[in-house]
Design a binder for this molecule. Structure first.
Ligand code: MG
Length: 261
């Protein structure tokens, strides 16, 4: 069942979104060769708790950490580890969220570690553009298929793959609510979007095949061909004035997080 939020709900929700985005920005500031993904996870957890929140991922379905930290060919659900160190040229996706005042923010960003090849940067840039294209379609009267089509069309036009098994979702007082928000689809199909829906849009785009499998740890999803994957996510509200990004802070939703700001 899709839970419709009031304008007051959406205002409350922004606090969780802001803490989630700030946590993501903090993660980005720590990323450099030699850092372990566990260090980033620990810092994010402390940050969220200091700001009155609870890490949204920790314990969710049994996930053991506050961030998913997915490197290179890892698509989603990488588990932070004190033994996993970042290397120059890697890309690292941090997916994190915070529950604040009963609302759950959810967002993700693929960061560059040191010097990343132009080819891999291209994948990341197109994936971020896919997120923007999906958000642009999140207006009342459109359908979920319009979001999925926009993401898929842009990704495939650039020769990239669109992961099918993992999708965006409704988000609100729970991390995962109805409906599913696929990154593929057909214009005009699927659930009609209406004012008060809050959803997480999160394209997962691969340089090679979108086919994937889960590692023996039961969590980490990797591309079958070992080629890299990128992932960007925002929680948004559908309002009469168009999409409102809930996971943003005072620096705005699209400020460049790659430059170590
Ligand atoms: Mg999500």
């Amino acid at each position: 069942m899709i839970k419709i939020k009031t304008p007051e709900d959406i205002e409350e929700f922004k606090r969780a979104g802001s803490v989630s985005k700030a946590a993501l920005r903090l993660a980005g500031s720590l990323i450099r060769p030699g850092v372990s993904t566990r260090e980033i996870d620990a810092a994010v957890e402390s940050f969220i708790r200091l700001h009155g929140g609870v890490p949204g991922f920790k314990g969710l379905y049994g996930f053991p950490a506050s961030v998913c930290a997915s490197i290179n060919e890892e698509i989603v659900h990488g588990i932070p580890s004190p033994m996993t160190f970042l290397n120059d040229g890697d890309i690292l996706t941090i997916d994190t969220g915070a529950t604040v005042d009963g609302w759950v923010g959810d967002n993700a960003w693929t960061f560059y570690v040191g010097n990343v090849s132009d080819e891999v940067k291209g994948l990341c840039e197109v994936t971020l553009d896919c997120l923007k294209a999906g958000i642009e379609q999140a207006v009342p009267g459109n359908h979920l298929g319009d979001i999925g089509y926009a993401v898929q069309h842009l990704a495939e036009k650039n020769g990239y793959g669109v992961v099918r098994e993992y999708v965006g979702h409704g988000v609100g007082r729970e991390m995962h609510e109805d409906p599913n928000v696929p990154n593929y689809g057909r214009k005009g199909r699927g659930v009609k979007l209406q004012v008060g829906m809050t959803i997480a849009i999160e394209p997962m785009i691969t340089m090679g095949t979108y086919k994937n499998h889960t590692l023996a740890n039961g969590w980490t999803v990797v591309t079958n061909d070992g080629m890299p994957s990128a992932h960007y996510e925002n929680s948004i509200a559908i309002t009469k004035d168009g999409p409102v990004i809930l996971t943003q802070d005072e620096l705005g939703p699209w400020c460049n997080m790659q430059g170590g700001e």
